[in-house]
Design a protein around this ligand. Structure first.
Ligand SMILES: Cc1ncc(COP(=O)(O)O)c(C=O)c1O
Length: 387
């Protein structure tokens, strides 16, 4: 199993903290946004006598309410098209297991969410990367690049929209282009849409589930983790109109019995979160993004585009090896008793050698901390490159 590139530097960060250094975490996607009160209250104010097993596919009431939430987002699915999972992570696991056998291939635009490597390895599936480039702000690679990679073993294309780690939001046209090759080659398209709410500058998210005629091919992965800042609830879901996919995924769901009871109660209540909550959150992320990108672009030798969604960006740094640099930041560097932790981007690529001078930065810290973090990064680069 591959190590998580996001978590592998944790021991170095712990050592730095034990030495009394403050570490700003730009490396993880744990939002500092408050969970909606309505979700917290639902757990506090319920009268369960027994925390019993629930239905393997998730509670009836929760699945019905999720389908209404999707209907409000112009996605027409019934509760029978939904399986509640223990986070988007388990949804990905079940999906890989349901649509692929050992030795099958999945094409994924890289850089991609690093845990896709772990899910593939665990399922014996081979990841075939197709390169998206920082010069194009990580737009969809040309369709011919996908077609060249399709073999008789290819079962699926997996996209993350909006993207972690790129912050790229696929346009309707890009989704439609992808849909065409998926249909032409009779593949599945798995769309990880856990950041669907996080789109900026008036852009709208276009879901794979909105494409007409793609019903048998489309599988959506979703999660409450980021949407409601409920990462520890561990609730997600698989959504597909393909009955064979859902009935196979249900067998995986039965093997693990049921998703967590209290977390489903919280997630169901969270669906009533008022729109103002999201308006405020989006406003906050846009302000953070603008500050972060502006400050990063002021540093000599740093290349970074403006993300259109999610809360990450990939930045190219003037260093040869971002892994070494990230470790050095924690082991050897400090600026006024402070340092930063970044995620080296090589772990988000499957092609060896790519992303070596890139890092992923998450803007889940408040603006003041982001400003301090970029200042520290700037000083660090000066010191690192003059050593
Ligand atoms: C793109 C993407 N997919 C899936 C997940 C899994 O999230 P969870 O299991 O918390 O729902 C994450 C978490 O960071 C993610 O960034």
């Amino acid at each position: 199993m591959p190590q998580s590139p996001i978590r592998k530097l944790v021991p170095f960060a712990e050592d730095a903290k034990n030495r009394g250094i403050k570490v700003f975490h730009l490396n993880i996607g744990q939002p500092d946004i408050k969970t909606p009160q309505i979700a917290l209250d639902a757990v506090k104010n319920n009268d369960l006598d027994i925390i019993a097993y629930g239905r393997s596919e998730g509670s009836d009431t929760y699945r019905s309410k999720i389908s209404s939430y999707y209907a409000r987002n112009d996605i027409q699915v019934a509760k029978e098209d939904i399986i509640v999972t223990t986070g988007g992570s388990e949804a990905l696991f079940f999906t890989f297991g349901s649509i692929m056998d050992g030795g099958d291939e999945v094409i994924i635009p890289e850089p991609f969410y690093a845990n896709y490597n772990g899910f593939s390895t665990a399922s014996g599936v081979k990841v075939v990367p197709v390169i998206s480039k920082i010069e194009n702000n990580f737009a969809l690679p040309p369709i011919e690049a996908f077609e060249k990679l399709i073999t008789e073993k290819t079962r699926a294309i997996l996209i993350c929209n909006p993207g972690n780690p790129t912050g790229y939001l696929y346009s309707k046209e890009e989704i439609e282009k992808l849909s065409e090759i998926v249909k032409k080659h009779d593949l599945f398209i798995v769309a990880d849409e856990v950041y669907r709410e996080f789109t900026y500058d008036g852009r709208e998210h276009y879901s794979i589930m909105q494409v007409k005629g793609l019903e048998e091919h489309a599988i959506m992965i979703d999660s409450v983790s980021k949407r409601y800042s409920m990462c520890g609830a561990r609730i997600g879901c698989i959504v597909s109109k393909n009955k064979a996919v859902i009935s196979t995924a249900l067998k995986f769901a039965q093997a693990r019995l049921s998703p967590p009871t209290y977390a489903q109660i919280a997630s169901e209540a969270a669906l009533d979160t008022p729109q103002e909550y999201f308006d405020d959150v989006i406003e906050e992320y846009v302000a953070r993004r603008n500050t972060l990108i502006e400050k990063l672009q002021e540093i000599d030798g740093v290349t970074v585009g403006t993300p259109k969604g999610a809360f990450y960006c990939i930045a190219e740094l003037p260093v040869d090896n971002a892994d070494d640099f990230a470790q050095w930041l924690l082991e050897e560097f400090e600026y006024n008793g402070q340092t930063v932790m970044v995620a080296p981007a090589a772990g988000f690529y499957a092609t060896p050698g790519l992303g070596k001078n890139q890092v992923r930065i998450a803007y889940v810290l408040n603006e003041d901390d982001l400003i301090s973090s970029v200042k520290i990064l700037k000083e660090a680069l000066i010191q690192y490159n003059s050593a």
